[in-house]
Design a protein around this ligand. Structure first.
Ligand SMILES: Cc1cc2nc3c(=O)[nH]c(=O)nc-3n(C[C@H](O)[C@H](O)[C@H](O)COP(=O)(O)OP(=O)(O)OC[C@H]3O[C@@H](n4cnc5c(N)ncnc54)[C@H](O)[C@@H]3O)c2cc1C
Length: 381
């Protein structure tokens, strides 16, 4: 494969998973990253161990990355009157996101991947069903990058997205996140707070990071949030969480005295996994761009990385080996969409999404949530 080349857009977990695998299989790989360093936009801070991912990186990778570990969770109803404690079978590892992604990049570079930072892709130049090149803004101005195959792993704001070709059901969910210092509450549990007093359900969460730090997240509940009134306006989302801090008795008390030191409002893409993975004969879409997110916490990073790896492996075996023929495209899709990894993603989304949707379809005020708490306990895993 040494005469084949690939350009990967985005140095996040999905892009780096794809790039690493392509390079190891002999493809010349260039990754274009729009920011001036990898991992600077902090996305996930919690991850679960994944043997397949560790095997692709190095032994001890997860242990090395973990700054704290937790296997207890507590869920609180909106009023704070009901709560459920859970011990989970797989540890949630708390990571330092920039360091984590930089380590993925280091392993990829060691395998021969070239990563160009400050290179924002602005256009895909397409001709008759294929991508000929893409244009990126680099320090000297606009530059074209040609290759045999392209991977789009640019996250929620995927620049390859062709509206007509994207799944109609896909939903980008606004999410607000901040990191706090002087977190004085317990360091031993992930704390979850359900929120129903708006017209849409949501969940707030506190992930302690050890050393009196914590990550605070607020997001709408994915499947349950498929309603037109979901706000896409970050100001409103920010206002809701700030308000929730004062109205939710337990949430507010836990954050009392803590001080924010990093804040971001961003989007988490949700929708039918496995859609649009090959929108053009030589363009593969992976990670958040293709909705490769598990319907439970601590899994987006590893599932994006593994989907990048899997798609790269399949692309080398089919598209690059068989010259982008129609049967090669079919074989590629079959390998990816019928993989164990994809089945797991779909199963998890079904297992957690459906009961959630049913519950929040009926429970629309804080008092009703307390009344039907037993039903909610069913899918708190
Ligand atoms: C606030 C938040 C918290 C989360 N928490 C967790 C968690 O705790 N655990 C977990 O496992 N998952 C978590 N997730 C999900 C997880 O972060 C994502 O599923 C994962 O990062 C997706 O990886 P990706 O590579 O597809 O996209 P991203 O991580 O978004 O990476 C995309 C990369 O592409 C670059 N890029 C974008 N546009 C361009 C362009 N035009 N040209 C060049 N480069 C471009 C970006 O700068 C970025 O580096 C969280 C997500 C969010 C939003």
């Amino acid at each position: 494969m040494s005469d084949k080349s690939a350009v990967v857009v985005g140095a996040g977990p999905a892009g780096l998973g794809a790039a690493l695998t392509l390079a190891r299989l002999g493809v010349q790989v260039t990754v274009l990253e729009k920011e001036n360093a990898v991992g600077i936009h902090r996305r996930g801070e919690t991850i679960r161990f994944h043997q397949g991912m560790e095997d692709l990186l190095y032994k001890g990778f997860f242990a090395e990355q973990a700054i704290h570990r937790i296997n207890q969770r507590t869920y609180y109803s909106h009023t704070g009157k009901k709560k459920a404690d859970r011990k989970i079978s797989t540890w949630n590892l708390i990571i330092e996101y920039p360091r984590f992604v930089q380590t993925l990049a280091k392993v990829a570079r060691e395998a021969g991947v070239e990563i160009i930072t400050s290179a924002a892709v602005t256009g895909y130049n397409k001709t008759a069903g294929r991508v000929a090149s893409l244009t990126a803004q680099v320090s000297g101005g606009a530059k074209e990058f040609a290759a045999d195959i392209f991977f789009s792993a640019a996250g929620h704001n995927d620049p390859s997205a062709d509206k007509a070709k994207r799944a109609q059901s896909r939903l980008d969910i606004p999410i607000r996140k901040y990191l706090v210092r002087n977190y004085a509450a317990r360091d031993t549990h992930l704390e979850y707070f359900f929120h129903v007093d708006e017209t849409y359900p949501a969940i707030a969460a506190i992930f302690p990071r050890g050393n009196r730090e914590a990550e605070v997240l607020y997001m709408f509940l994915t499947d349950a949030a498929r309603k037109p009134e979901i706000p896409t306006d970050f100001k409103k989302v920010a206002g809701i969480i700030d308000n929730f801090e004062t109205t939710h008795p337990v949430f507010g008390a836990m954050l009392k005295g803590s001080e924010r030191y990093y804040e971001t409002n961003t989007l988490i893409p949700m929708g039918d996994v496995g859609q649009d993975i090959l929108p053009y004969e030589n363009l593969v879409v992976v990670g958040d761009s293709a909705g490769h997110v598990e319907g439970r916490g601590g899994s987006g990073i590893r599932s994006s990385f593994m989907m990048g790896h899997l798609a790269a492996q399949a692309a080398v075996k089919t598209l690059l080996a068989q010259g982008f023929s129609e049967p090669a495209g079919r074989d590629f899709k079959k390998l990816v969409l019928e993989s164990e990894q994809m089945r797991e993603l779909k199963d998890l989304n079904l297992k957690f999404g459906l009961p959630r949707r049913a519950f929040f379809g009926t429970v629309t005020n804080p008092g009703a949530m307390d009344l039907f708490w037993f039903a909610l306990e069913f899918f708190m895993r």
